[in-house]
Design a protein around this ligand. Structure first.
Ligand SMILES: Nc1ncnc2c1ncn2[C@@H]1O[C@H](COP(=O)(O)OP(=O)(O)OP(=O)(O)O)[C@@H](O)[C@H]1O
Ligand SMILES: NC(=O)c1ccc[n+]([C@@H]2O[C@H](CO)[C@@H](O)[C@H]2O)c1
Length: 206
């Protein structure tokens, strides 16, 4: 069985969810593990000196649980996907010696703070980072409603400074990041990543 694991990171509203969902829809036997599903309860997320909830740090996330899910997928992708109601190409009728050649199982893990959890970061075949300019980010974020919603001043007082801080740390510690321009058309981003996937699969086959 060939397995591919892509890390789709990027700034808030860079387009991680959109890209990951499109990939999942297009690629057979693929699934997505999203950091958004691992936020801690609001009651335990601390506030900073300005009274802003500190959602854009690893402390706000159950990274241990995210890592555990990724581990389950790695151990047995088919069981993992079946347990989450995702279709897996049936291989039951194939002779076991054919299975390994034909199956390709892919997972995309995405989130803003993906690169700082070392065991997780080391798993990726490819690491992407979707970036967009300040104005685009501010505009896109203003049209979103998070739970809880962003309070007034949150973008400039917390989200953007945290992005700059996290980005600096990422550049200092993580190698091999492929930067994607999140202002490109959705189809363009999708075809870039699909082409990379083709290339990686060829490399695994060789
Ligand atoms: N390539 C694109 N061009 C224009 N708009 C886009 C593009 N990709 C995503 N969007 C829009 O930007 C907004 C944010 O997209 P998305 O939810 O995918 O971002 P995200 O990186 O997952 O954000 P967050 O981390 O804050 O949850 C959505 O309104 C989405 O429709
Ligand atoms: N998913 C959540 O619980 C949650 C709550 C409050 C804010 N956020 C924001 O989501 C973005 C990542 O998707 C981050 O920038 C958080 O600020 C998420």
């Amino acid at each position: 069985m060939r397995k591919l694991i892509l890390g789709i990171g990027g700034m808030t509203n860079g387009g991680k969810t959109t890209l990951s969902k499109s990939l999942q829809e297009l690629l057979q036997d693929s699934c997505v593990i999203s950091q958004d599903n691992f936020f801690k309860d609001d009651s335990v997320v601390p506030v900073d000196v300005n009274g802003f909830k500190q959602y854009d740090t690893l402390d706000a996330l159950h990274m241990d649980r995210m890592m555990a899910d990724t581990g389950l997928w790695q151990e047995d992708p088919q069981s993992f996907m079946t347990s989450r109601g995702l279709a897996v190409k049936s291989t039951a009728s194939e002779p076991s010696n054919m299975k390994d050649e034909e199956e390709v199982i892919q997972v995309k893990v995405f989130g803003q703070l993906l690169w700082f959890e070392r065991p997780l970061n080391s798993l990726f075949n490819k690491r992407y980072f979707l970036q967009i300019p300040y104005e685009t980010c501010r505009e896109r974020r203003s049209s979103r409603v998070y739970v809880p919603p962003d309070p007034p001043g949150y973008f400039d007082g917390y989200v953007w400074p945290m992005y700059l801080k996290n980005r600096k740390a990422m550049e200092e510690t993580v190698n091999d990041i492929v930067f994607l321009d999140g202002t490109q058309k959705r189809e363009m981003l999708l075809s870039t990543v699909l082409a990379d996937i083709q290339e990686m699969l060829m490399a695994i086959q060789r």
